[in-house]
Structures are given as C-alpha cells and as structure tokens.
Design a binder for this molecule. Structure first.
Ligand code: SF4
Length: 704
C-alpha cells in the first residue's frame, strides 16, 4: 500500500510517500508530485517512519494519579475524562472560567486546534488557550498585522525561483528549513548572479554558503535594517509611486532612519559599513527581493519591531506582491499556520478574527451558538500561564503535544509552577516528554500516520494527512479526545462529531467571507488535488490551486487598504550583561534534532550528527577563562545553570555563546537544559520570549 502524506516536523511541509509492506514495515520517500519539496527530504523527514515504528516509549492507556504523591495508574477513557471534567467544572464553578487553561502545540492538526479553541473560548468561556507557537512566531503575527493589516504571509515557495536577492536574517534554513534551502541553493547554482545575504551573529551553514555574512552583535537587527533603509532612500531605491499610492508612514520612517549614520550603525552592529552598503545596493537593485526570517527576529523582547524594520524594506521599495518579492517569515512547526488560522492563540478567534473585536466575537458566537459569550479580553499567553500557575491564579492546565518543561524559558520556574499546579493533564504520544512526570492525568494520543486531518505549511498550503495505521493500545486521535471531553462537560450537542472531516467542514464554513476563505476546501478536494493554498474561494475549485501570492493588486488588509510603514526605534531591552554575567547566550536548533527530541530522540541515526549538548564559545573568551576544547564547563545565569562540554569555535562572535535547546533536564547526571538559563522577558505586544539574549558567565566545571 502507498500513501501520500506530509512531514510532521517543520513548517516547510514536505510531501512524503509512505509505503507499507504486507509485513507492516514502513518506508518513506519524498513525494515528487508535491509542490513544496519536489521529491526531496531532509535527514529528519527521511527517518520519520522510525518515530512510529519504535513503540517502546508510547503512551498506551489513560492513566491517573489519585493523590500528588501517588503513582500513575491505568484507568479507562471514561474514568479519565469524567474525572477531568468533574475537576474542571469544580474549578470553573468556584473560581470562574479563567481558572483553567489549555496549552497546545504547532504540531496539532488544524481540526484539533479548532476544537480546543471552540471548547474553551465558546463553551467554557475563557480565552485561556495558547500554543507553543507563541514561542516561535507570534512576533511575526503581530508584525504582519501592524504592517499589512492581517496575519498573512504574502509569498509562496515558487518565489524562490523568481528572486535574485535573498536576505536571510535570524534564521539558519540550511539546518532548520533544509528543503527550502536546497531550492535556494539550486536556484543560485543555476543563476550565479543571485545573491544571498545572511544576518546572524553566528557563522552557521547558511552564513557559510552566503555571498555576504553580516555577523551583527546580538540584538542589533533593527539598527542594521534602519541603516539599510537609510541607504535605500539616499541611493534612490525607494519606489515613490508605490509608497505614495499604497502606504502610510514614510515621512516618519525617513526621519527615524536618518537619525543614525551608516557608520554609527555599523559600529553598533559590529560590522563594516561597506558590508551594509553592499547589502543595501543588492536589495535596491534586485528584481526579486525575498527576505526570510525565523527565531532570530521573532524570539526577542523587541521582536515585533525587528519584524517591522524588515517588512519596511519591502514597503519602501515596493518589493512585495510581485513574483520573487516579499517578506517571508518561516514557520518552525508543521502546523503553526493552521493554529493561527483557527485562532489558537489567546488573542484570536477563527479566520484571523480577534477576541477584542466585538463584531468578530458576535460572528463567532452566532456560528458556534455556545451557551456563553466569548470573553472580550485576551487569555493568558504561554509564559503568563505558567506564571499564573505558580501564583495559584490558574488552577488547572491541559497540555497537548508539547513539552514545556524543556521548551519554555526559565524552565526551573516552569518546573516549580507545574509542581504547584492543582491539576495537570498531559495529552501526548510519548513518555519521553519530561512534562508527563508532572501530570495528574495522562491521555495517550495517536501519532503521525495514526489519525487524519490537515495542516498548513509556511506558504499557506493546506495538506491532507490520511490515517495509515491504527494507534497502539488505547491511544486516540487528539480531536476525538477533545470532543469526548466536551461531551463529558455537558456540551454534547455542539461537539457531537463522529470524524475529523466533520470538524474540518465546520471550520471551513466559519472562514466564509474572510481573507482566508477556505469554504471551497473539503477532504475530498484535498485528496484529489493533494494540496491547495488559501485563500481558496469557491471559484478556485476549478483550478484546484488556490492563491499563490497575496497583495498582487497592492491592496492590503488594513482598514484603508494601504500598508503601514512603521518608524521603529532601534533600542533593545534584553537582559543586561554585567561583570558577573558578561557573555550573551543565544539558544537554537541543530540540524538533526527537533524541539525537545520527543520524536527525533527515538531515531539513533539522528543522534550521530551532534550526539550531546554543547556550548559554543569563541576561543578568545575560552582562553581568558582557562577553558579547553571538550572540557566540561559550568554555564551560569541569573536563574540557573547548566553543565555541558565546551566547543571552541570562531563561528560565534567574541562575547557570544550558543547552546542547542533540544536536550532535557538529565543526561549523564549533568544538567543540560538550556532553558535553565533563559529568561521570561517577552515582547510587550507579541508576548514572545527573548530566547536569543541571556546574560551568562562560563567557567571550567569543578566537582564540588
Ligand atoms: Fe520535514 Fe521540514 Fe525536512 Fe521537509 S524540510 S522533510 S518538512 S523536516
């Protein structure tokens, strides 16, 4: 048997052909017909089948604890869900609906996201749902809203082959979005005039393959982008007609960027002024200017301003909405986009509606016909949830397919919050998730290939994922767990689903008339056309493609149809360094691991690339601290410490060190969880944490 499906790792959303032999053995290969990857797969995708074939750590049955110090015991689904419903109802009755929360994941399918959102916002009456996507892309969401009027990625992957200048800022696609990077490299090989500019304090594989690497000081992205903006203005690269006809805010922007000379900016960024001039010249002359970014911009206390400063470069040059031109925030997770579409953030409602907008609330209430009004104030965001648990303001949390014990900033505080929480439900595939240890109720979920549903990749492309295998034990699809729970809560009439297709059809109807209209999309259509891009209005049914590129008519989603250029100050408000903590730690991903390794950790082959956690530090910084290559070092910050081996490399700037974020708390009796060190500072508008800037000190580790 052969099945076409989609990779469940990153936001590239590669098509995969799964072959199932009569003995049950699975193989995977890239789907040559899939428009995103054209048959290619990266190391993670090529080994994806092992994550379902190795069942050694699978959660197989619902489990409950009958007291905090008691061990988990196997129970039936009815017992687990009825007890959870009883506890949720008690808290809601006693402390109000905001006493409970759901913390979900960009790995959830669209149907699952939609259902949890409907349950808590429409029926429980709280907006306390947030997602781990808050940790990676919420600054881009706010940046798009402020500049383009809505959270809408304007470009598509085919723009890669149309572009001649790539501006990669705060991203390492060579490792984290490898198939897109291969498309960029192939395009450059065929077209030697194509230029790649990489902005990153680290010399990553992306930086090594670029024509120009700008290794800026951490936190100075806005200084750089404003300096490029100034040069574009001074050198006549502004598209005056576009600015006049389709944007607001240019005069204030001009005034802002003129405040600093390019030499001053270069000094602050720690790069040569000539390099900034070169970047600006390439961007200005480009026929196709594509900017790509991820966590380096988003995971910052000024993440929204960083996004705006980059989008501004497209708006002042008019390089948006045409082939090869546009800002392109790459999503880290496979369905971070789908979660945004169904409103799976504490601030939003389905189809990019907002909880603070009375008209939007009324539209959704009328559609859901719930027994309660949707609350007008945003719910708790990711970091706020764990802070509220610690203060006992939040009583119960239900965590779905994510591992906050490892992935959240200031993980020691998260650990304390989970210990203090009155009631924790963990719904997951694997016992590898460190968070399972803190659960009062554990619910076993079906994995990739074991459930059907849809996901949306970084270019707004919706893919259908078929069910290929039965889930082991009593594991259930996440959507079914939620609708069964909603029935136990007494909302059966509105959660009377029998399959994921019914949920999806309901979701598509709520998008009618919005900018992400997918009313014409059904499972049948997706099975026929494989994938489509939203918006997909009724008339798209004929071509079965949808909309490749947004804003081709240069009408934006703002109230007046004009894009907004924002003058953004170039300051950074990250945790300050000082004599005790003079180095800046930045955290990130490595090529062959995914998030907190609950999936990739099962695949031995993927552990060969970088087998253990490490700290990259510049040789000069190592020398003055007496640190040798491979030596165990103690990395200390204001909230915690880790012990890892040092790797001396000039790939990081002096003053900077780097640690991968994947490893959990305990390995070889060393503390290796990078998020012991990070802080819970967030961007005030996006609430995205500042993972890329933590003040630390490093010294050789000596046994006490
Ligand atoms: Fe999967 Fe992303 Fe690799 Fe494609 S690039 S195979 S989606 S991990």
């Amino acid at each position: 048997m052969t099945h076409q499906t989609t990779c469940c790792y990153c936001g590239v959303g590669c098509g995969i052909v799964v072959k199932q032999e009569p003995n049950g053995r699975l193989t995977v290969e890239g789907d040559k017909e899939h428009p995103s990857n054209r048959g290619m797969l990266c190391s993670k995708g090529m080994n994806l089948h092992y994550t379902v074939m190795d069942g050694s750590d699978r959660l197989l049955y619902p489990q409950m604890r009958f007291g905090r110090s008691m061990p988990l015991q196997r129970v039936g689904w009815d017992t687990a869900l009825e007890r959870t419903a009883a506890i949720f109802k008690t808290f809601i009755q006693k402390y109000g609906p905001d006493s409970v929360a759901f913390y979900v994941s960009g790995q959830c399918l669209t149907e699952e996201y939609y259902l949890v959102n409907k349950l808590i916002k429409g029926f429980i009456g709280s907006n306390n749902i947030d997602t781990n996507s808050r940790l990676c892309m919420s600054s881009a969401v706010v940046g798009y809203k402020l500049s383009l009027g809505e959270d809408s990625v304007p470009v598509c992957y085919d723009d890669i082959e149309e572009a001649d200048v790539f501006f990669v800022q705060g991203a390492n696609p060579a490792w984290c979005h490898p198939i897109l990077w291969r498309r960029i490299e192939a395009h450059k090989t065929a077209n030697p005039h194509v230029k790649i500019i990489c902005v990153d304090p680290r010399r990553t594989d992306t930086a090594r393959s670029s024509d120009l690497h700008l290794p800026i000081r951490p936190g100075t992205d806005i200084v750089l982008n404003n300096a490029i903006g100034r040069l574009l203005i001074e050198n006549g690269f502004v598209d005056a007609d576009f600015v006049l006809d389709h944007t607001d805010g240019f005069a204030a922007y001009r005034e802002q960027v003129m405040q600093r000379t390019v030499e001053e900016a270069a000094d602050l960024c720690g790069v040569e002024a000539e390099a900034i001039q070169q970047a600006a010249a390439w961007i200005g002359r480009a026929n196709g200017f594509l900017s790509l970014w991820t966590m380096g911009l988003n995971q910052s206390v000024v993440g929204v301003n960083k996004n705006l400063s980059l989008i501004n470069l497209h708006l002042i040059t008019g390089k948006i909405g045409t082939p090869g031109n546009g800002p392109f925030s790459l999503t880290g997770q496979p369905n971070a986009m789908g979660g945004r579409e169904v409103g799976g953030l504490a601030t939003s409602l389905p189809a990019h509606r907002e909880v603070t907008n009375a008209t939007h609330r009324a539209e959704v209430e009328a559609f859901w016909q719930g027994p309660v009004n949707i609350a007008p104030k945003p719910g708790l965001t990711a970091t706020e949830m764990f802070e509220a648990l610690a203060k006992d303001e939040l009583k119960a949390i239900w965590i779905i397919n994510t591992n906050p014990m490892v992935s959240m900033p200031d993980a020691n505080a998260v650990e304390k919050a989970l210990k203090k929480a009155r009631f924790v439900v963990v719904q997951d595939v694997s016992s590898r998730a460190d968070t399972v240890a803190f659960a009062d109720v554990v619910l076993p979920a079906a994995a990739w290939l074991e459930k059907e549903g849809t996901m949306t990749n970084a270019e707004r492309r919706i893919s259908y994922l078929p069910k290929v295998l039965d889930a082991p034990g009593e594991a259930l699809p996440d959507a079914e767990i939620i609708w069964r729970f909603a029935q136990k809560m007494g909302f059966g009439e509105s959660f009377n689903y029998t399959c994921a297709s019914e949920v999806y059809q309901e979701y598509t109807r709520i998008t009618a008339g919005t900018n992400i209209d997918v009313t014409g999309v059904s499972y049948e259509l997706l099975k026929k056309h494989r994938t489509v891009q939203w918006p997909f209005p009724e008339q798209s049914k004929e071509n079965g493609v949808g909309t490749k590129r947004l804003f081709a008519d240069h009408r934006f989603y703002t109230a007046n149809g004009r894009a907004q250029i924002h003058a953004v100050p170039d300051g950074n408000a990250s945790e300050p360094t000082d004599e005790d903590f003079p180095l800046v730690l930045t955290t990130g991903r490595i090529r062959d691991q995914w998030h907190t390794m609950t999936k990739t950790g099962r695949v031995a082959k993927l552990g060969q690339h970088i087998p253990e956690p490490l700290l990259q530090i510049h040789p000069n910084d190592a020398r003055i601290r007496g640190i040798r290559e491979g030596q165990l070092v103690l990395v200390q910050g204001r909230r915690g410490e880790v012990r890892v081996k040092a790797q001396l490399t000039e790939d990081v700037r002096p003053g900077l060190c780097f640690m991968p974020m994947h490893w959990g708390k305990i390995l070889n009796n060393n503390q290796v969880r990078a998020n012991n060190l990070t802080n819970a500072l967030v961007d005030p508008r996006s609430k995205e944490p500042d993972f890329k800037f933590t003040a630390v000190e490093v010294k050789p580790y000596r046994k006490p």
